[in-house]
Design a protein around this ligand. Structure first.
Ligand code: HEM
Length: 570
């Protein structure tokens, strides 16, 4: 069992401790020299021969069971580090220590000189913290370049990504904004709880769908004050009303859903095939383009309105303060008034006001890309995590009793707020344990710029794609005691303090780690607390303690039949 090899650090239950943990995993050691490895590249890295039957079976497993499950199998078969060599690699090409010394340029085939599967916290710490300079680029499937042309937070690399992370990151760490975003999450969750508790009898529902709807409202409102009205759809659904027809539906809502669905369908399609499909006029790509255009058009409209309104508010504040009398310091009074008048309502306002070090703000196109990416990255991930947590708690009555008792003793029946979260350590532990067993994103791959050697002694070749899998890491018996047991106590007190810093990574790690991690932890915690305070959930399908998982881009419970639960007032 792993003990804390790196400086043991509590992942903390309080919101400020969470922010600290998130920052530390965010690659603050970037640029630090790689540590001196034990034996430079001397360790033989296991893996199948590229032309063997085993290789075919292993690659087949990726397609049949998904990369997340395949990576777990690879670590069982080959150990924590395995290599799938590029069959086009010339035999004479040096590897290991020689490659490290020669620092050869990448030999590319489908974007990779080889695939390295890494599943040990020390090696992950090296890639994501000690030598991040070598692994600063995320490996992205071709559909991203097809859709985003290298723009936006998710699909960009290098300086573009660094600039945009700097501009977009602060709102997700500001306590004031988190507090007001938290109020939105609670208000929407209360409306869902009201719908659930106002039914005359216990009823069955697919909780995974309802948390999708709840989250879409929360993300729309916090990102750009758009109300998708999905909470009303929950009420209609539960009361058995007719679903809205496609023509009644918010066109933007249609676009958001269609975009996510089709992106999942063509996620691993290589560029040549995408180009061919495009030329042949494939329906999927046409719809993807149409959905993208609907989103772009609506967002650019909202951005233009918002720019005008911010300018008006600032001008009104300036002229109002010029005529105002009496504050102790007129300059301070005017500044405070102006700041209050243009106080950001949502993420879009913050981004409209943000400038980089040279004072340059974002263009409208950049803004739309980033807001769209934040919605894309934050919506399904938060929803599946909340659904998994509700299911896991309800399938473990002892956990449910303890959590409900904590909520009752701290909140006494009132709704939770952002500031309450630091007083609810068991709630935080439940959410962390849900993210351990059901990580919404199962892998976080990086491209190796130059040859390197991992702390375990395994060589990395220039141009390798280094696949790290949250899913495989979180299920590994080498890393976790009794890994398939839902046991929130792992994240409390001394047990949590003994964890390796790179053992629990639902938000990835390093300079490309999730930008919304703190916001996501807050949103899931507030949703789960608000719903569990008022409602009792009982698993109907599946009825197992462990939820079967399947992934497209993210965890998707639709692919396993949904999370059907009976809901009743508590
Ligand atoms: C439980 C919910 C969430 C989970 C499990 C999650 C997980 C992740 C993971 C694993 C990554 C890739 C990290 C890496 O490569 O190291 C990521 C990226 C990202 N996430 Fe999240 N995320 C969640 C919610 C959110 C939310 C709510 C937002 C925004 C409001 C958000 C914004 C982003 C962005 C912008 C990126 C891309 C960062 C970049 O490429 O530089 N995420 N997320």
């Amino acid at each position: 069992m792993l003990q804390a090899q790196l400086s043991p650090q509590s992942l903390g239950s309080s919101s400020s401790a969470l922010q600290g943990a998130v920052r530390q995993l965010g690659g603050e050691q970037q640029g630090a020299q790689p540590q001196r490895q034990r034996a430079l590249g001397s360790v033989q890295t296991p893996g199948p021969d590229p032309f063997s039957l085993q290789s075919l079976q292993d690659v087949g497993c990726i397609f049949t069971d998904g990369l997340h499950e395949a990576m777990l199998r690879f670590s069982q078969r080959y150990g924590p580090v395995s290599r799938f060599s590029n069959p086009a690699k010339p035999k004479c090409r040096p590897s290991g220590a020689d490659a490290a010394v020669l620092n050869l340029p990448p030999l590319q085939l489908n974007g990779a000189s080889g695939w390295l599967f890494v599943n040990h916290p020390d090696d992950i710490a090296h890639v994501c913290a000690a030598n991040t300079r070598n692994y600063s680029e995320r490996y992205l499937p071709d559909i991203y370049s097809w859709v985003t042309h290298g723009k936006g937070l998710l699909g960009s690399q290098g300086d573009y990504n660094r600039r945009h992370r700097k501009l977009c990151g602060p709102p997700f760490r500001s306590a004031d904004l988190l507090r007001s975003f938290g109020d939105v999450v609670v208000e929407r969750s209360l409306r869902v709880a009201d719908t659930f508790t106002s039914q005359p009898a216990p009823f069955a529902t697919n909780v995974a769908i309802q948390t999708q709807r709840l989250t879409l409202d929360c993300v729309g409102l916090t990102a750009f004050s758009h109300d998708f009205g999905e909470v009303e759809a929950i009420a209609r659904d539960v009361r058995g009303g007719a679903p809205p027809s496609a023509s009644d539906q918010d066109r933007l809502l249609w676009a958001v859903n269609a975009f996510g669905q089709i992106l999942g369908e063509v996620f691993i399609t290589p560029m040549p095939l995408l180009r061919l499909m495009d030329k042949l006029g494939f329906r999927q790509l046409r719809t993807l383009r149409e959905a993208l255009e609907v989103m772009r058009h609506s967002m650019l409209g909202v951005i233009a309105q918002r720019r005008a309104s911010l300018a008006e508010r600032a001008a009104a504040a300036a002229s109002g303060s010029a005529g105002a009398k009496g504050p102790a310091s007129p300059a301070a009074g005017a500044a405070a008034e102006k700041a209050a008048a243009v106080a950001p309502q949502d993420l879009l306002d913050v981004l409209l006001m943000a400038t980089d070090e040279s004072g340059v703000p974002m263009t409208d196109e950049e803004l739309w890309e980033d807001v769209h990416d934040v919605m894309g990255a934050g919506h399904e991930t938060t929803a599946t995590t909340a659904a998994a947590a509700l299911y896991a708690v309800s399938a473990h009555p002892e956990v449910e009793a303890k959590l409900v008792a904590e909520l009752e003793s701290v909140l006494g029946g009132r709704a939770p707020t952002y500031d309450d979260l630091e007083k609810l350590p068991y709630l935080a532990a439940v959410v962390k344990e849900s993210l351990r067993l059901y990580p919404a994103i199962p892998i976080f791959p990086r491209c190796a710029a130059a040859a390197d050697v991992l702390p375990s002694g395994h060589a990395v070749h220039a141009g390798d794609v280094v696949f790290m899998s949250t899913y495989a890491l979180h299920c590994s018996p080498e890393v976790w005691e009794d890994p398939l047991r839902f046991d929130p106590e792992r994240f409390l007190g001394e047990r949590e303090a003994a964890l390796h810093r790179f053992q629990w990574l639902p938000f990835g790690a390093g300079p490309r780690m999730c930008l919304g991690a703190t916001f996501a932890m807050m949103s899931v915690s507030l949703m789960v607390a608000t719903l569990l305070q008022r409602c009792r959930f009982r698993p109907l399908r599946p009825t197992t303690q462990l939820i079967p998982t399947a992934y497209d881009i993210t965890l998707n419970f639709d692919r396993t039949g949904g999370l059907h639960m009976e809901v009743a007032p508590r």
